[in-house]
Design a protein. Structure first.
Length: 238
C-alpha cells in the first residue's frame, strides 16, 4: 500500500493569481538623444510658464499644463508613438481571444513633472482615466545612500493585502520603481501611488499621461449608437 501522506504535486499547476493588477515597465533603447531634447523643451516651458498647471499632488516642483503631447516637436511626436504603442500592446495582451477584430481609440492627456531636491508627490490616483503612464527623462541624480530618494511607489490596492506578513515575497504590498531615464511604466489610473522626496543634486524630469480607451462599437444597427461617443458634445466656458 502506498504512503498517501507523502503528497507530491506541482504547485504551479494548481496555483492561480486572481484579481491581478496589470503593470508594465519597459526600458527604451537608445533614448539619450530624445531625452536631451525633451529635457531642453520642458525646462524652457518651465521658465516661460512659471504657474504651469498649478499645485496638484506635487509638493514643490513644477507641472506643465496638459496636452503636452499635442506639441509638434519631433521628440514629443516620438514619445506619443511610444505611449500609444505601449497601450495598444497591453490591450492586445488583455483582451480575450475570440477571433473577433476590435478597434480601440485612445484619448490621451499628458503633462511634464519637474522635481528638484526636497520635492515629492503625495499619495494620489488619477481620476477619470483608465491607464496612466510615466516616462522618465532624467533621474535627478539621487543620492544613492538615501533610501527611496525620488522613487515612485505603487501601493497595493487591496487594503489588507499586507496582513499576511512573510518578508520578501510578492505579498509585500509596496512596489518601487527606479526613475531611470528612458524607462516607461504603465499602471491602472486607480492605483494609489506617490513619489518619495528627492535627495539629489539634479533635476528629475518625467512625463506623465492619462489614457482613456474607447472601443468602436460594431453592430448591425449603428443608428442605435449615433448619439454615443462620436457625436455627443458639450461645450461650456467659465
Ligand atoms: Fe501620479
Amino acid at each position: 500500500m502506498s504512503d498517501k501522506s507523502a503528497l507530491e504535486f506541482d504547485i504551479n499547476e494548481s496555483l492561480a493569481m486572481q484579481f491581478g493588477t496589470p503593470f508594465v515597465s519597459f526600458q527604451l533603447p537608445d533614448s539619450e538623444e530624445i531625452n536631451q531634447g525633451l529635457a531642453e523643451l520642458i525646462l524652457a516651458e518651465e521658465k516661460s510658464d512659471d504657474e504651469g498647471r498649478g499645485i496638484r499632488s506635487n509638493v514643490g516642483g513644477w507641472q506643465s499644463r496638459g496636452n503636452l503631447i499635442t506639441r509638434s516637436e519631433p521628440e514629443i511626436r516620438t514619445l506619443k508613438q511610444w505611449m500609444e504603442t505601449m497601450v495598444f500592446n497591453l490591450l492586445g495582451a488583455l483582451v480575450r481571444k475570440d477571433g473577433t477584430e476590435r478597434t480601440f481609440t485612445l484619448l490621451i492627456d499628458s503633462w511634464a513633472n519637474v522635481c528638484r531636491h526636497g520635492n515629492y508627490n503625495i499619495v494620489h490616483t488619477h481620476p477619470n482615466a483608465m491607464w496612466s503612464i510615466v516616462y522618465y527623462v532624467t533621474d535627478g541624480e539621487p543620492d544613492k545612500s538615501i533610501p527611496y530618494s525620488g522613487l515612485l511607489e505603487l501601493l497595493d490596492p487591496r487594503e489588507s493585502a499586507n496582513y499576511i506578513q512573510v518578508p520578501n515575497t510578492i505579498l509585500d504590498a509596496r512596489f518601487f520603481i527606479e526613475n531611470r531615464p528612458g524607462r516607461m511604466v504603465l499602471f491602472p489610473s486607480w492605483v494609489k501611488h506617490m513619489v518619495h522626496p528627492l535627495v539629489g543634486s539634479g533635476v528629475r524630469i518625467s512625463i506623465a499621461c492619462n489614457v482613456n480607451v474607447v472601443e468602436e462599437i460594431k453592430t448591425s444597427r449603428p443608428q442605435d449608437y449615433e448619439a454615443g461617443y462620436s457625436t455627443a458634445e458639450l461645450r461650456k466656458s467659465s
